[in-house]
Design a protein around this ligand. Structure first.
Ligand code: NPQ
Ligand code: MG
Length: 367
């Protein structure tokens, strides 16, 4: 397939409630959308970079620049391009996984639409609905937290994840456990906020029977996570640390985690995400699909990925209305705590033109 034009769009979507983690607080989602125009049709992808490099080193204007100056020209010059070759063609560029992932996803969407095959079929889906969880930001008070969790459980979410940080950890976890009982599937995510010196405090979380504790330490601290994992009975899960299949293999070998949160954007795309899934499955390590407040485009692909057999824990692939009053695609709606896996060609969803126009703040074409 030959790429003729690449369209980049910045979109800005207000969030239904502010989302605060240990690292940042946001009340809107600003993201980059990519549309590749090829001889065989269009393909879309969501590049869930933030305006600033506060969760991940990549950020919006950086992603736009690396795409325009390097990645897109390299893809346009590659003869006989296929989605499976995108990573190899882009390998001379170091890093920039989220930018590369978006381009690979858009090429894959175009390719699969032309072949009338869905992402789920292509990736190896074994189910047509996936159970989903929800990530609850750090609120102003315990009462507010309890109210939010109650609301999500009423909507049918199958698992609750609490964002924690030093000073907001034991108490909120205890309060939610006490209020909703031992059967609630509950986990916590620190987004790198602790140091190894906090091991004692984190050990106090063991009494609450969490499914897992996600990314307590710095992204590059695999050894610290391995040491911590030996001290805790709560399973340690890595998110920010897992930047490639190779790092995932190292994390498993070191015992740095016993569960993996796979975010396709962070690992360089759905093919790398599937490779990590396969590796973890071979080691009997459960995986689940993380979220980066994707638009409907990224959500569609994430739900497809989550339908692979090793995704045995509910993901952060929440319904569209968890974040947006109106998304750029048809919304994903919760049905008894599950989302339907899109079955149409490619992503199975496309942006609604009027809606897209409303939320677009910048557009450029690369030819
Ligand atoms: C997490 N996601 O598991 C993240 C946090 C997060 C749904 O909890 C850009 C880059 C936006 C990274 C938004 C959820 C992001 C981001 C949220 C990470 O850690
Ligand atoms: Mg996380």
């Amino acid at each position: 397939m030959k790429i003729e034009t690449v369209e980049l769009r910045v979109v800005r979507l207000p969030l239904v409630t502010p989302f605060r983690t240990s690292q940042a607080s946001q009340d809107e989602r600003v993201a980059l959308l990519v549309c590749v125009h090829t001889g065989e049709g269009e393909g879309w992808a969501d590049c869930p970079v933030d305006p600033g490099p506060f969760y991940e080193p990549e950020f919006l204007s950086g992603a736009r620049a690396v795409m325009a100056e390097y990645l897109v020209p390299m893809l346009m010059a590659a003869p006989g391009l296929t989605a499976a070759r995108v990573q190899a063609v882009l390998a001379p560029v170091k890093g920039h996984q989220m930018a590369k992932a978006a381009l690979e996803t858009a090429v894959l969407d175009a390719e699969l639409r032309a072949r009338q095959m869905s992402f789920a079929q292509y990736l190896g889906a074994v189910k047509d609905r996936v159970p989903v969880g929800v990530s609850v930001g750090i609120p102003g008070s315990l009462a507010e937290l309890i109210g939010q969790v109650e609301g999500y459980l009423d909507q049918g979410y199958r698992r609750i994840k609490l964002k924690i940080e030093p000073g907001w950890d034991i108490e909120p976890v205890r309060a939610v456990r006490q209020r909703f009982g031992p059967d609630l599937a509950l986990q916590a995510d620190a987004n790198t906020a602790y140091t190894p010196a906090s091991a004692r405090r984190l050990r106090a979380l063991d009494q609450f029977g969490l499914l897992l504790l996600e990314q307590p330490l710095a992204a590059d601290d695999l050894l610290g996570h391995a040491d911590l994992a030996r001290l805790l009975t709560t399973p340690v899960c890595l998110d920010e640390s897992i930047t490639s299949p190779r790092v995932a293999a190292a994390a498993l070998r070191l015992g740095a985690c016993s569960v993996v949160n796979i975010k396709p954007a962070r690992v360089g795309g759905y093919l790398a995400a599937r490779a990590i899934h396969d590796l973890c499955a071979a080691h009997g390590v459960p995986v689940w699909c993380g979220g980066m407040i994707e638009t409907g485009l990224g959500r569609a692909a994430n739900v497809a990925l989550a339908s692979l057999p090793g995704f045995t824990l509910p993901g952060d692939t929440s319904a569209s209305d968890r974040f947006y009053r109106t998304d750029i695609t048809e919304p994903f709606v919760l049905e008894a705590g599950r989302l339907p896996v899109p079955a149409g060609p490619g992503l199975g969803v496309t942006p609604i033109p009027e809606r897209l126009a409303e939320v677009t703040t910048a557009k450029s074409w690369l030819t």
